[in-house]
Design a protein around this ligand. Sequence first.
Ligand code: HAM
Length: 447
Amino acid sequence: MCGFSRWGQMSERKQFRAIKGTRDILPPDSALWNWFEHTAREVFESYNFGEIRLPIFESTDLFARSVGTETDIVSKEMFTFSLSQGSEEKQADDEARQSELVSLRPEATASVCRAYIEHNMQALPGNQRLYYIGPMFRRERPQKGRYRQFYQIGAEVLGQSDASAIDSEVLEMLLVFFNRVGLTRTTLYVNSIGDKNCRPQYVELLREELRKVKDKLKEDSQRRIETNPLRVLDSKIPDEQPIIEKLPRISDHLCEDCRAHFAKLKEDLNLRRIDYKENWRLVRGLDYYTRTTFEVTAEGLGSQNAVCGGGRYDGLVELLGGPPTKGIGFAIGTDRSILSIEESGNAPKLGGLAVYIAWMGQASYPTAVNIAGKLRAAGLSVELPPEEMKFKKSLGLADKLGARYALIIGEDEVASRTFTLKRLADGDQKKLAEGELLEYLESERRR
Ligand code: HAM
């Protein structure tokens, strides 16, 4: 027997709550989430992206290799566990255990690349344009806009071309989507962080410069000088800002190809009338990026104001054992985007209860069941109380539930084969035959 019954006893009086950093999305908020995700599908599909559904956990090695062992995500934020059933000899074999370690996905670009290789997608015609929607997991310190289970909507383009027109089209698609959902008080930041031809020299130069000012930096930045000097540029510590501003900038050290790629990207963004700001310090917290990096921030979010991050990752597929492949993509943080839309007052009023059926007398129940079925089939949201209620109580509940109409069915209505429809906002009341009722409510729904 497993230990569940003992756990059960121990926690008899315990009040269960969602684990810190996770939360429930309840109605009516969930309607807003569905609408947000549905709009993303519509926009992305209009750019010929198709959905990829990915596993929630993957080999820990996959993330270590792609995101990078020195990044915060891999070094301290992954939820990792072993798939082994735990025989003692097996546990003793560290190497075998290590290879069975899996992690809840902290992001999905690595998984998309793994799937691209696994399904031999390079053999398919054209670029692969994929999007995904779902939860990600990072053991971060929870705060407003930062959760341990959070949600992303991401899009990736993989293939043979690294034309900057792909980068600008991906950015256009992102902004079309943000515009459509009313996330408009945003700023797009772009940067180029070079490639394997020019970045290593820049990183070395940066390291040398940072060593000269090491004493003036805080502990985290001091450590990063050796492990990942680019990440020092990400520091938000006020005292470090004047020092960082004087450091050499990658834009002055790009090779000819990277410089041309970035220039062409900016030209194409202008052509598409996309507003952006250049930010030479935008290096991003994942190791797989090359050349283009970008981030979108939104208002009303405090310190966690990035609603989307992304960039180019040419070479990542190859690093994971696949063929030479170029890639670019982004991930939108759904939690933060929705917070920002709500705070700006741009959230649409969605769904809600259309008709509450106030039936009285057992003789009217069959009519109530019948009409509820027809109204639901016509696409209306209908609530049919399971038990008879007093008229006043029934209408009171309809009001509290926020129903737009109460459909009153009593003995009189059954006898005259009509329905009384009451608009709850102003009390306006009509007597309608079944056909008229359906027609009226359907036209109301379309308005
Ligand atoms: P990322 O910048 O780590 O990039 O995450 C993208 C977005 O996810 C962030 O801008 C933020 O809105 C949201 N996010 C991240 N962590 C949290 C959290 N703890 N709580 C709430 N929201 C969060 C990536 O994940 C890359 N895979 C993006 C990408 C796709 N690059 C290329 N393709």
